[in-house]
Write a protein that binds this ligand. Structure first.
Ligand SMILES: Cc1cc2nc3c(=O)[nH]c(=O)nc-3n(C[C@H](O)[C@H](O)[C@H](O)COP(=O)(O)OP(=O)(O)OC[C@H]3O[C@@H](n4cnc5c(N)ncnc54)[C@H](O)[C@@H]3O)c2cc1C
Length: 344
């Protein structure tokens, strides 16, 4: 193991693993601890790396396109480093002409433009698409398969000297630094009081094995549909304030109905359902950087964009330990921004 600073990373989700890899690459002696007891948001996620449609459709991140694009731009390097496949086919908004007019207007306000997809091409690229729907394609939004990505990140981290332990972290122990990457779990609150600023948002997602194939992801009215090597996924609910992972078919019914409006062949399909809990801050951006507690660094609160933001969060975390420049976005991730009143 490296003779650099000793770092314990609590949590082996997307933020913990990508941070651990960045820290190991920076010469730190890293141990990642995670008891892996419950469903993990990172494994449940759809895996979209979607700066443009997230900024266009989610009011919480409407002003953050620059930051979301910067995070997305770190993915080719991270994917090459860890052996992760990123599908760069793009994402198509598919819907009625009126809905697409609104999407085009939102893109235009952000200085972005989608390409209209001719109907014949849409049928080729999204077989089974409902007749009468139009599409606008954005090439900037990509995707990965979360479960294989977690496996690849762990393998890359192990190859870089990171140790893994199936332990629940309760303190910094003898390490120089503790990185808190515990998702929506508030257990480390005594070590990092900033965790009290996180709220849970439950997300349920539907999956259909064997209906995959890759190609572009679809954004529709009331759902998204993504297809990859692990099958098809339809997401996702945003259940603010809920931290349970019970599957609730009543809440999921509108999602299945919205997907069937896009792809009528999905009506009545026997989906599997999964649930995870996202952690959210008051301004929708993560907390990445120094805690008020000495020796503690936060990597939490990435809300619905944890996969997208993971490499940018990891860059800030590694800079905290090494003293390197943390880059132009670190201030917007600063865990202290809520105390100082900087955050809106
Ligand atoms: C349905 C759904 C769909 C989503 N889709 C997308 C998407 O398409 N694109 C995207 O970018 N994001 C998406 N997200 C959001 C994304 O999944 C999260 O933002 C991200 O996974 C959070 O990663 P994390 O590492 O912070 O937390 P988690 O993945 O929750 O990992 C936290 C880990 O910490 C461990 N832990 C907790 N306490 C301790 C402790 N004391 N000691 C040690 N370990 C501990 C837990 O066991 C867990 O494994 C989605 C989320 C959901 C729920």
């Amino acid at each position: 193991m490296s003779k650099g600073p000793k770092v314990i990373v609590a949590g082996a989700g997307a933020l913990g693993l990508v941070s651990a890899l960045a820290l190991a690459d920076a010469g730190c002696a890293v141990t990642v601890c995670d008891p892996a007891k419950g469903p993990q948001a990172s494994a449940v996620a759809a895996g979209m790396l979607a700066p443009v449609f997230e900024a266009a459709l989610d009011a919480e991140t409407a002003g953050d396109l620059d930051l979301l694009l910067a995070a997305r731009n770190l993915w080719p390097g991270l994917a090459a480093r860890a052996g992760i496949t990123v599908d760069r086919s793009g994402t198509a908004a598919v819907g009625s002409e009126a809905w697409l007019a609104d999407i085009r207007a939102r893109l235009a306000r952000m200085g972005m433009r989608g390409a209209d997809v001719p109907r014949g091409m849409l049928e080729d690229l999204a077989p089974g698409i409902s007749p009468g729907l139009e599409a606008v394609l954005v090439r900037e939004d990509w995707r990965l398969e979360p479960r294989p990505a977690l496996t690849a990140l762990r393998a890359a981290a192990e190859a870089a000297g990171v140790q893994f332990r199936p332990w629940t972290v309760s303190g910094r122990g003898g390490a120089d630094w503790l990185v808190v990457a515990t998702g929506a779990d508030p257990g480390l609150l005594p070590e990092a009081p900033e965790l009290s600023g996180l709220s849970p948002i439950k997300g349920q997602i539907l999956r259909l094995d064997g209906a995959g194939g890759g190609g572009f992801s679809l954004r529709g009215e009331g759902c998204y549909v993504v297809r990859g090597a692990q099958g098809l996924a339809i997401g996702a609910t945003m259940e603010v304030g809920h931290s349970d992972t019970e599957i609730d078919l009543i809440t999921l019914a509108p999602l299945a109905a919205a997907a069937a409006r896009l792809l009528p062949g999905l009506a009545g399909a026997a989906f599997d359902a999964f649930a995870g809990v996202r952690a959210a801050t008051a301004d929708g951006l993560p907390m990445a950087g120094f805690s008020a507690m000495p020796g503690v660094i936060l990597a939490v609160g990435a809300r619905r964009n944890g996969w997208l933001l993971a490499p940018l969060v990891a860059q800030v975390v590694a800079a905290c330990v090494t003293g390197a420049d943390s880059g132009p976005y670190a201030r917007r991730f600063d865990p202290g921004r809520f105390e100082s009143g900087e955050a809106a």
